[in-house]
Design a protein around this ligand. Structure first.
Ligand SMILES: CC(=O)SCCNC(=O)CCNC(=O)[C@H](O)C(C)(C)COP(=O)(O)OP(=O)(O)OC[C@H]1O[C@@H](n2cnc3c(N)ncnc32)[C@H](O)[C@@H]1OP(=O)(O)O
Length: 403
């Protein structure tokens, strides 16, 4: 590490950053115009050896829904180190500096491997459910879809119509990342060489009785003809339907696609209502996946940024090996929209590290889970259950996209 310099990237280094990340992940990272426009060099760190970029990490400027609010969250991505420079502490230098420098009170990421980020105080804060639905077995309920309720949009129309629906979902569910106009363009980009043998993306929408779009699904089909007949595959990429009628109608349509045997979807929530809409939930073939990892970088600001499901008045003893200002006692009080979190000398009710605080931040994991292994300790009897209830949230967090 001694000869390796870690510094902020320059705009001209976009290609080098892409090449290092693509090489490390083993995908073709040919830069495109939208990717270039979304590049934030001032929020990218590079490790340089002999003038050559050999390691990278990026923080994207995006918002995230958290319990009861939408806040700024550093969306960390592009973490890669050239294979020739692995296991010499390059990533540790990059991630350590990034976490100390990001202005946001929380950072989030999708991990390529579970073993990487815990050492930096990140914790799995949301689970996701992957479906491999057997359409012949699942038995969708008989939803009547009236003519005109469903339609398709062009990308240009989708860029106007879909963003408000994602914002509505953010108001309902924690863990959902916001998208800028450019972010939407990138999300709806449909490069033929990235379709994995599937057809072009379909932008399916549902309209309410007044003709207003109140839900959408992004999906692709793939023809598969077997010796026994058609077995096409439907790949659902995203479904956003804050309105119950739209939610039911879109799923009903997708589950009954002609000639199709399978529907795959990777971003369902742990409490996904879909299971109520089918007669055989086991045919959903559900798999629990890791989804969003979260790291609190500023305890008082992060804890003040979200809401709590019941009033709370607790002193937390937090330890953080990487960010010293997060270590100490913090007095958290919350009652509805009035939330305060301040450093205090008062004795602590609960002791935990920054990792456990990150794990429970989105309301998807209970503090009691960590008390069971001694990672959270109760100093004042009764405060564990109260604090667990306050940090919980009625809707499970779910992240809709790998960024
Ligand atoms: C948010 C995202 O972008 S996710 C994408 C992450 N990137 C990838 O998976 C691409 C392929 N891998 C890589 O580029 C690199 O191997 C990285 C970035 C994962 C690690 O970079 P390195 O510079 O080798 O890590 P570094 O030397 O700082 O390792 C620090 C510690 O993490 C451990 N570690 C590093 N990578 C891994 C891994 N994949 N699995 C388990 N442990 C790991 C190291 O063993 C080391 O442990 P130690 O402190 O006990 O000795």
């Amino acid at each position: 590490m001694s000869d390796i310099e870690v510094r902020t990237a320059e705009a001209a280094e976009f290609e080098a950053v892409q090449a290092v990340f693509g090489g490390a992940m083993m995908f073709d990272a040919t830069p495109d115009d939208l990717g270039r426009q979304l590049f934030e060099p001032e929020r990218t760190l590079v490790a340089v050896d002999g003038g050559e970029v050999i390691g990278t990490t990026r923080a994207l400027t995006r918002e995230l829904s958290v319990p009861g609010a939408v806040v700024d969250a550093a969306h960390v991505t592009g973490v890669g180190v050239r294979a020739t420079h692995r296991r010499r502490g390059v990533m540790s230098s990059l991630i350590g500096r990034q976490l100390r420098e990001v202005p946001e009170a929380i950072a989030v990421l999708w991990a390529s491997e579970s073993a990487i980020y815990g050492r930096f105080g990140y914790a799995g804060a949301a689970w996701g459910i992957g479906y491999e639905i057997e359409l012949h077995r699942v038995g969708p309920t008989n939803e009547r879809i009236r003519p005109g309720e469903l339609g398709e949009l062009t990308v240009d129309d989708a860029l106007k119509e879909l963003p408000p629906l994602l914002r509505r979902l953010q108001a309902q569910r924690p863990g959902v990342s916001g998208r800028s106009d450019l972010g939407w363009q990138k999300h709806l980009q449909d490069k033929p060489d990235e379709r994995n043998g599937r057809l072009a993306r379909q932008i399916l929408v549902h309209r309410d009785e007044a003709g207003t779009i109140d839900g959408y699904a992004l999906w692709r089909g793939k023809m598969n003809w077997t010796a026994t007949g058609p077995a096409n595959e439907v790949n659902l990429e995203e479904l956003v339907a804050p309105d119950p009628t739209a939610y039911r109608a879109l799923w009903q349509h997708l589950l009954t696609m002609d000639l199709s045997a399978k529907l795959s979807y990777g971003y369902a929530a742990v409490d996904e209502p879909l299971q109520q809409l089918v007669s055989t939930p086991t045919a959903l073939d559900r798999r629990l996946n890791e989804s969003l990892w979260l790291r609190i970088t500023d305890v008082p600001r992060a804890l003040q940024g979200r809401r709590y499901v019941v009033p709370i008045n607790v002193v937390l003893d937090v330890t953080d090996d990487l960010i010293q200002s997060n270590t100490g006692h913090f007095h958290l009080t919350a009652d509805g929209d009035t939330v305060t979190c301040e450093r205090t000398d008062a004795p602590a009710d609960l002791a935990l590290s920054i990792t456990e605080l990150g794990a429970v931040y989105l309301g998807g994991r209970p503090l009691t889970e960590f008390a069971a292994t001694g990672r959270v300790t109760e100093q004042t009897p009764g405060t564990l259950n109260q604090t667990t209830a306050a940090f919980g949230w009625p809707v499970a967090p779910a992240s809709l996209e790998i960024f």
